[in-house]
Design a protein around this ligand. Structure first.
Ligand code: SAH
Length: 261
């Protein structure tokens, strides 16, 4: 069985005795039924894992002895940003979880013209905090030692007006023409940064697609079937990680590190 991995929001130093915050302590004590002396891996997003040990479980108070740190890199060589137009219901929770497992570096939730979901300025930050907690849990589960950034939701026009110049950009469009044979990305080696934008259930409006093109995004069609927005997000991330990143089945993935988990 894999070792329990716990995220700690704060500094970690070998030799420290750390009281787990109440929610994490309750989870460890009641759900995992941890015992004194059980091994546990702590991480705080600094790229390292701290091989640690539960010192004491007293009711729902849990103290952990922080052990030695080692750098364990399970991050993609490309900084992947998912620009996701907000889907209905709680599907964004699902997308955040899966995108984190698939190695995104950043998620930018967007509200576009056909988005059904509207979010007030007051709700935006609390929504982002909710998604950040989901991303943390996905890092605990998937072995990532860096937590993706999750922006507060914002309007698509605002986003397109503020993007920088780095990296390659794609917008998913079921009607996109096949890429020209000489399109730069078709022959590109691993780029440093990649953005991919996914429309809401109703798709993007033509003016929005024009806005993406003006901002340097290439339209991409992912096969002949219309995918639901959440399927499209996952399919795009798998495509990009396979084409440019670290999802290359059968190729060497570097030194084996399974003993770490
Ligand atoms: N009724 C909409 C479909 C929207 S699907 C339309 O016809 O445009 C939701 C989003 O998923 C789309 O905006 C697009 O970004 C993405 N998507 C779904 N299927 C796709 C495909 N085959 N290729 C590229 N993008 C796709």
């Amino acid at each position: 069985m894999r070792l329990t991995r716990l995220y700690v929001d704060g500094p970690l130093a070998s030799g420290d005795l750390l009281q787990l915050p109440a929610p994490a302590a309750a989870h460890v004590a009641r759900v995992l039924r941890a015992r004194d002396g059980d091994p546990v891996v702590l991480f705080n997003g600094d790229g390292r894992e701290y091989q640690s040990r539960i010192e004491t479980v007293r009711g729902s108070r849990v103290a952990v002895a922080v052990g030695t740190a080692r750098t364990v890199d399970r991050e993609s060589p490309v900084a992947l940003t998912l620009l996701q137009c907000l889907p209905r219901g709680d599907r964004m929770d699902w997308i955040v979880q899966k995108a984190t497992e698939l190695g995104v570096e950043r998620i930018v939730p967007l509200v576009s013209r056909r988005s059904v979901v509207r979010i007030s300025a007051g709700q935006a930050e609390s929504k982002a905090m909710h998604w950040r907690a989901i991303a943390v849990a996905a890092c605990e589960q998937s072995g990532r030692n860096r937590v993706p950034a999750i922006d507060a939701p914002r309007g698509l026009d605002e986003h397109l007006g503020s993007i920088g110049s780095a990296g390659m950009r794609f917008v998913l469009d079921p009607d996109a023409a096949p890429p020209a044979a000489d399109a730069a990305w078709v022959h590109a080696a691993t780029p440093i940064a990649l953005d991919v934008a996914v429309g809401p259930e109703g798709g993007f409006e033509p003016q929005e697609l024009d806005g993406f093109r003006i901002a340097g995004y290439c339209g991409v069609r992912l096969g002949p079937r219309i995918l639901r927005t959440e399927t499209a997000a996952i399919a795009a991330l798998v495509w990009l990680q396979t084409r440019f990143g670290d999802l290359r089945v059968g190729e060497s993935a570097g030194p084996a590190d399974d003993d770490a988990r």
